[in-house]
Each structure stands twice: as C-alpha cells, then as structure tokens.
Design a protein around this ligand. Structure first.
Ligand code: FMN
Length: 530
C-alpha cells in the first residue's frame, strides 16, 4: 500500500485513525472533510489536515467534502417550504400523523403533513389552532385526500383550509383532478410588488403513476378554471395567472409504501417521473421548475441516500413515523410495529374502496385482520346480499369477525351514515349487495379504530397500515436505543435518517474513488442526540 503512487499528499498534526471505530468517527463527522490516506497499516481517515501536491506527507487516496444533512436534496425545496431539511413526513390518516408529530418535526426543521383524512372538521380545526399557537410561522402541511364517492368531504376540506389560511397541502389519492384541489391552488395566486407571480398556496401532489403526475405538472385545466371563475370561486386575475405555473409545486413519487400503494419499486418509478418533469419543463419553461421527491420504502439511511442519489429533491417517510412516540397510533399498535420484519406486511382490502376491489398494505404479523378482511371480500364477490351467505359462513362471521348479529351491525351503519353521508343509505336501500358492502366495511373501519385506540379485546383484528420500510428500520436500529418504541421520537428518527443518508453518501463517494472501508466502520448507527 505504501508504495502506491498518488498525485496528492496529506499533512496533519494528528495521525489519521486506522482502527474501524476511529474511521467511523471521521466518516460520521459530517461538518468536516474526510481525508483517506495510505498508512503502513492500511487506510487511515482524518477529519483535519490538508492536501498538497508536493512534499512527503502520507499518500492521499481520496477525500470527501463536508456534507451536513441540511445540504442533501433540493435547496429550492428547502427555501420554498422554509425548512432546514429536504425531508417530509407524509400524512397518516385519522390523525395518526398527529398534531404532536407535526409540531415536533416543524420545530426541528422538517416538513410534516397532518393526517386529516377521515377526521371531522372540528378535529382538523383543533389541530390548526394548535399549530397557530405552538409553531407560529413554522411550515406544516395538511392532507387533502381525494374521495371519489364523497365529493362533499373534499369540497368542505378545501373550504376549511382556505378559511384558516392553510399554506401547504399534500394532495393524495387523485386519479383525475377535481375542482376542489384546483380551487385551493388558484385561490393563493397573486402578483407581488415586482409583478412576479406568487403562489401562496403550496401544493405537494403524491402520485404513483405518470398519468396522474402529468396532470399536476401541467397548468390547471382551462375548463376547470373557467368553471371556478364562473362560480365566483376564483378571480379573473387568478384564472389568468393559473396559465403560467404548474398546478403543484412538488410531486412526491410514492413507491411501495404503507397504506394505499401501487407497489412500484422506487428505482423503476422515480427516473420515469423525473424524465416526465424534464419533458414538461421544456414545454412550459416554468420560472420555478417542479421538484420531484421520493417516498415508499424509505426506512434506513442507505435507502434515503439512494433516493437522493437517484435525483429525489426530498425524501418522504410514513411507516417508520407511525411507530414513533408522537404518532396517533396506540401503544399496542406501536409495539407490534416495532416487532415487524421486512416480510411482515401484505395487501388487504381497503375500507374506502372495498367495492372496487382496491387493496392497501397492512401489517400481517400479530393480527388476523388481512385474512379476515380478505374473507369478507371473497364473500362479497360470491354473493348478492347478506341473505345469500350460507348459514355456516354467516354464523362464523357473527361469532368470530363481527362478534354480533349482522342485523345489529347494519343498525350501527344506519346510525353512522345518517349523520355522515345519508346518500350511502339511500343507495343501499334497494340493493342488498350495497348493504352487504356497508356491513363489511363496518369491520374494516372498526379494525382501524381498534388499532388507534388500542382496544385489547380486539388486538387480533388491528388494521395497521404499514410497508416494508418498517421492517428495514427495525432491522437497522437493532442493538441501538431506537429499538425501544418508547425512545422513538419522530424528529430524532428524521435526524438520524438524514445524518445517516449524508454518511452513506460520503461513504459511496469514497468507495467510488477506490477506498475499501471496513464493514464495521461503514454502517451508520443511531445514538441519542443531545
Ligand atoms: N398518505 C396520504 O396521503 N394520506 C393518508 O391519509 C395516509 N395515511 C397513511 C397511514 C399510515 C398508517 C401509513 C403508514 C401511511 C399513510 N399514507 C397516507 C402514506 C404516507 O404519507 C407516506 O407517503 C408513505 O407511508 C411512505 O411510504 P412508507 O410507508 O414506505 O414510508
């Protein structure tokens, strides 16, 4: 090794570290450069000293620049959203992405999206009041979820956001655009003092297909804009300005994730959406190009580093945050999540799109939910109504799954939908199959609730949305303080994922320069942060 010819030499007051622990310390010191030198004992690493072209210091094999995690990803993303890190915690429905989670992440310089889907307006308003009081001036997002069968919910959500001056929305589950999401974006358009277009309502669209991505990348469709103008919901100036900028500022590419997912692999999907973005940018020449972020499967520093290496402007996590202290999930559900391995999730029917046969990804280990939900879907497909289900199957459902007569469940459905969405009842009145769907959806809906409140009696029915990122996170933190669910603070997890991503990014630079780092120095380990 010491005969190696390198053009550069390294000098320093302190000897370089040659043991794996010392090399690790240098690699993990992200605020300083990392010089890799050749010593008699193998490679040495130093955070100080300097490189020179002459003299007889140690041969310098490679060097990596300082890389604080604040530098990863897109500077434009950080500036536009006013955050320190290009990192976002995605929404988790029913307040699992809780107000506590949003507050904790905002205070540490991360963007978090409040899990507004499925919550009553008064709950969303209570969260917004907390943000105004506890994190004034700090950025946060709120989820706007497309509800194909409940248009009213989406319209009312947008009205609420506009009333409260919500400045950033994470729009998800869209297949086609709706007037509501377009209205949110347009209502924030104006010209600033210098005549430039200002978009006060920032929109982050989460997609898993190119067709949907493209709709958000183009300016708002003229027909929708005209209709909004006619109804007096946007001004003529806003309608005009809408032609000059994309509907969304950011596109989150969601690969195989917890909850609703197309299960595409990130390395297949992300490059396609990046190319699409470049194509649209060439066509429209937007003053501020759309940023493309990545989520789905990110549960380790290596995965986050890979997302940035592929060109993601920002990283989005979900599953791992659910197991954190601040999440709205129950302690029992968090304990189950902390035990999950990489293969412990599977697809199960979704409550909101049950009749359409849509699945979502849930935790499999420790619960019968996926199996029981699938059985309900099979019965739904096989029969035209509850009355047609064979007596033995019905008895089993009533004793094991529902634990009450199906007629009682139906009465609960009537009570629930009379208040929330009477149209559903009207549609079920003359359709035994629709009635069967509502009864079965009762179980799917309650299974999420039992998991959120931690109903011990229903532990075997918990529906916990979760993707493989959870298992890889658990594997990474084994042997560290983050193994214990009680230590998982959401902002610490975010810090470690980003620091670790910076660590692995530098490690890769060194590897590409031909450096072989011993395995025990090449794995970022989380330790408690001061
Ligand atoms: N995304 C949404 O846009 N709206 C939601 O209501 C929503 N609910 C979720 C609930 C849970 C429990 C989980 C795990 C994810 C949910 N997601 C939702 C997706 C996350 O925001 C995020 O995009 C995704 O979890 C990232 O993938 P990962 O699970 O592999 O980390």
């Amino acid at each position: 090794m010491d005969t190696l010819e390198t053009p550069l030499r390294w000098y320093g007051e302190r000897n370089p570290s040659i043991d794996p622990a010392g090399i690790y310390q240098v690699l993990a010191d992200l605020d300083h450069p990392c010089f890799i030198t050749v010593t008699r004992e193998g490679i040495g690493a130093a955070a100080g000293g300097f490189a020179t072209a002459d003299g007889d210091g140690l041969p310098l094999l490679a060097a990596a620049q300082p890389l604080p995690p604040e530098r990863l990803g897109s500077a434009a993303f950080r500036a536009a959203h006013g955050v320190r890190y290009a990192y976002m915690a995605g929404a988790m429905a029913g307040g699992i992405a809780s107000a506590d989670m949003v507050v904790a992440l905002a205070r540490e310089g991360f963007l978090a999206s409040f899990g507004a889907a499925g919550l009553l307006p008064e709950h969303i308003e209570a969260a917004l009041a907390r943000f105004a009081a506890e994190i004034p001036g700090l950025p946060f997002a709120v989820n706007l979820i497309h509800s194909p069968s409940e248009d009213r919910l989406e319209r009312e959500a947008v009205e609420l956001f506009l009333r409260h001056g919500v400045r950033c929305v994470e729009a998800s589950a869209y297949m086609d655009l709706t007037p509501h999401v377009v209205r949110y974006r347009l209502a924030g358009l104006r010209r600033d003092e210098d005549g430039r277009i200002a978009a006060d309502n920032r929109l982050i669209a989460k997609i898993s297909r190119p067709e949907t991505a493209e709709r958000f990348m183009r300016p708002a469709p003229a027909a929708l804009v005209a209709a909004l103008l006619e109804q007096g919901l946007v001004t003529a100036e806003q309608a005009e300005l809408a032609r000059h900028l994309p509907l969304a500022d950011d596109i989150t590419v969601e690969a195989d994730s917890g909850g609703h997912t197309d299960r595409r692999p990130l390395p297949a999907l992300l490059p396609t959406i990046l190319r699409l973005r470049d194509h649209v940018q060439r066509e429209y020449r937007y003053a501020v190009p759309i940023r493309v972020g990545a989520g789905g499967g990110l549960g380790t520093p290596v995965a986050v580093a890979a997302a940035f290496a592929m060109g993601a402007a920002y990283a989005v996590t979900g599953s791992v945050n659910q197991s954190c202290l601040e999440s709205g999930a129950s302690t029992a559900a968090k304990a189950m999540l902390a035990e999950a391995g990489i293969a412990d999730c599977e697809m199960a029917p979704a409550a909101d799109m049950f009749e359409m046969g849509v699945d979502l990804q849930v935790l499999k280990k420790g619960t019968f939910f996926p199996m029981r939900a699938r059985r309900l879907y099979e019965l739904y497909q096989a029969y035209d109504g509850l009355e047609d289900i064979p007596a033995a199957d019905r008895a089993k459902l009533e004793s094991q799954v529902f634990r009450r007569p199906l007629e009682d469940v139906w009465q609960e459905c009537v009570k629930y939908f009379s208040r929330r969405d009477p149209e559903q009842l009207a549609r079920a009145a003359d359709s035994p199959k629709r009635k069967m769907a509502l009864v079965f959806r009762w179980y799917l809906g309650m299974a999420s609730r039992w998991a959120v409140v931690g109903d011990a009696d229903r532990a075997m029915d918990y529906q916990v949305w979760c993707g493989p990122a959870m298992g890889s996170f658990n594997d990474w933190v084994t042997g560290s303080y983050l193994k214990t669910p009680g230590n998982r603070r959401v902002a610490e997890v975010a810090h470690h994922l980003m620091r670790g991503a910076a660590f692995h990014t530098r490690l890769n630079q060194l590897r590409n320069a031909g450096v072989h780092v011993p395995a025990s120095a090449a794995d970022y380990r989380p330790v408690p942060l001061e």
